[in-house]
Design a protein around this ligand. Structure first.
Ligand SMILES: [Fe+2]
Length: 316
């Protein structure tokens, strides 16, 4: 890549990733977090939404300190998944006896931990602000994480579609069983026998439906974000108010989901030891490709609390 593509900040250099997001070069997580470094990191985060750091020597303490630069941290609702020593740390582990609860089949192949495009806590109306993932043990096979920039997806919409979206609100229905999600790709999919069937199976309450404007303005950057993600997507709220029949409203959502699936809005992270990824969950969706059964993988995650109500809840 030519030097022309690099953006120099005073504390680090940014290099564009494939399609969306940037890699942060000349950065050491163990160097002091000075005021100017913090300001520049935040500016880069709001500008690009997806930041990749490589070759970092990271301890759990330092990951937590780094994540706190972007806002207060959230504890994960599932206590069993947090580290006993560091409650801010959420451990994503594959290759052990928990695999059976996240195994499904695609075209007859068993896959552990594959996740559709989603935004974290989107179903509550108050998504997390962001998160940091750090590879502790890299999967020997697969295990990529996908990130999709929904501000760039919005920017690429035609003026006609943007105008149509002005009066549209979109409803998300929290539902454990993937076969009941209306706008995901179900071809060749079979749920595994030990997947959760209802929220109580993983200690979750039932959630009301959440509703978002089809286009949300980012609370900090002011960028417009196409608030359409395939996971839990259910329907347009009162489509007749926008002059649409329910069938036309479904067609519109299908068209928008197809738009968000275009590779030009995606970055796929192939994990290596020492990698860390920070993303803005108010702007970027993410997904996981999963791993074959038995493949060892460990990711440490910290989560930046969302303090803005971007959507609202309505009775399911
Ligand atoms: Fe997630």
């Amino acid at each position: 890549m030519g030097k022309a593509n690099l953006t120099e900040y005073s504390q680090f250099t940014l290099s564009p990733l494939e399609n969306v997001g940037v890699e942060v070069l000349d950065f050491d997580i163990n160097a002091p977090f000075t005021d100017v470094l913090q300001q520049e990191l935040k500016a880069a985060w709001y500008e690009h939404a997806i930041l990749v750091f490589r070759g970092q020597d990271i301890t759990p303490e330092r990951q937590i300190e780094f994540s706190r630069l972007f806002g207060p941290l959230e504890m994960h609702p599932l206590k069993v998944k947090t580290s006993a020593e560091f409650p801010e740390l959420f451990e994503l582990v594959n290759g052990g006896d928990q695999d059976q609860h996240q195994t499904a089949f695609w075209h007859g192949e068993e896959v552990v931990g594959r996740l559709d495009w989603h935004m974290d806590l989107h179903y509550t109306g108050k998504p997390n602000h962001g998160a940091v993932l750090r590879a502790v043990t890299v999967a020997s096979e697969d295990g990529q994480t996908g990130f999709g920039d929904l501000a760039k997806a919005y920017d690429a919409l035609s003026q006609d579609v943007r105008t149509r979206l002005e009066n549209i609100e979109v409803v998300y229905k929290f539902e454990m069983q993937r076969v009941k999600w209306r706008f995901i790709d179900l071809e060749g999919y079979e749920p595994g026998p030990n997947l959760a069937k209802k929220p109580a199976d993983i200690g979750f309450p039932d959630f009301d439906d959440s509703v978002y404007p089809a286009v949300v303005t980012h609370p900090i950057s002011g960028r417009k974000v196409l608030e359409v993600v395939e996971q839990f997507l259910d329907r347009v709220l009162e489509p007749q108010c926008a002059g649409l029949s329910p069938a036309e409203a479904d067609d519109l959502l299908r068209e928008l989901v197809a738009h968000t699936r275009k590779p030009e809005f995606h970055y796929w992270h192939q994990w290596q030891e020492g990698d860390m990824v920070l993303w803005d969950n108010w702007r970027a969706m993410h997904c996981a490709r999963g791993t074959p059964p038995g493949v060892q993988r460990r990711i440490n995650r910290t989560t930046i609390e969302g303090d803005v109500q971007l959507g609202r809840q309505i009775a399911a």
